[in-house]
Design a protein around this ligand. Sequence first.
Ligand SMILES: [Zn+2]
Length: 420
Amino acid sequence: MRFDGERAYQRLQELNFVRPSGSAEEARAAEMIATQLRSYGLNPTIEPFPLWVYQEKHAEVKVLAPYQEVVEASVVGLTGSTGPDGITGELVFVESGEEDFLNGIAGKIVLTYGFLRVKKYERLVKAKAKAVICIGEPGKDLMHLCIRETCLKRFGELPAVGIRYEDALKLLKAKAKEVSVICEQEQHEGESRNVVVDIPGTTGEEIVALCAHYDTVPYTTGSTDNTGGSATLLELARIFAKQPPKRTLRFIWCGSEEVGLVGSINYLKQHEDQIERIKLLVNIDVAGGIIGRNVCIVTGAESLRAYAAALSKELGCGMNTELGISSSDSLPFGDKGIPSLNIARYGGATTYLHTCDDAIEHIDAPHLAMLGEYAEVFIERIANAQVFPFEKEISDQCRQDIAKYNEESQGMKPKKKDEK
Ligand SMILES: [Zn+2]
């Protein structure tokens, strides 16, 4: 094996800054990735795409009655602004936002557990909530997330902020009745970009794609999610650039994954003519944690899962292998019929995902190498096989899971049968 964990760790250190979707820092990271690839003798392209971006300005929740207190909060991106004086109203707890709890919430400020997925956002807009306070997970710092652009376009603005679980518990126990929500952000059309490079194969038309998103949510270096994956992909590019396999390897560093898989969706839109040629995708999202467990989620056929599991046994790297989908850039590929391996290291630092605590101290070189070596061997075999070892096929269950995900998270209408 040639994967060098120390080199991957160096790349991680260089890229380990906050890189939100559509920001100047994200653009800088794309340039750095491209520069690194050129140093391997490769010829990358930076492929821009338009999207809505936001910058957090200020968020807070003020309890006005029956006691007074200021609660720290984060902006939920793309939900609009309240203005500096905020929106004041009666607070109502609606659990996780199930329909059963939404009667009579018109004109009120809603406190709800969990994130604003499309369907929940739609329900709250239709029930005429005035503003929303989302409760985070126990022990976790404030999350800096946004709703999907599609969600904003379809249902309009409903100012929303996030607070910590512990603060929400206090609000409920102390029976906070009247609150003011301040949510200030700038929303505008912007640009993000994918970095794409080919290592041309020595024979044939078939492509094996590799992918990792390099953006972060605001305020975090996203060191495991996904600076680790981005650095791992760079090290894989270095290795294979020296010794190209039979099949073409296409490396894609996706921008704007964190705001709704926008980079991968745009990649597929911009390269529709290539979809046929791409036989398989290896996606790395969340990597490098010292403490954790290795996971390989296969969106494809059982034969692919079995192969991935057997390889893990052979290498002794303890991949927990299962058929399913991953909320990552592989999903739009799966939607286009391209099977994928989603390699990740969960647990440990993933408790901190999408918060400031997703930091480099959770990561070391040997644990970057653990996933990197597995990916290296897998790709080497697949890309050099005499005959492509798997049908380009996705199990019915995975297809159903993708459709459900698209409907719930992206607000897409379910596809009709036979529709591609
Ligand atoms: Zn991620």
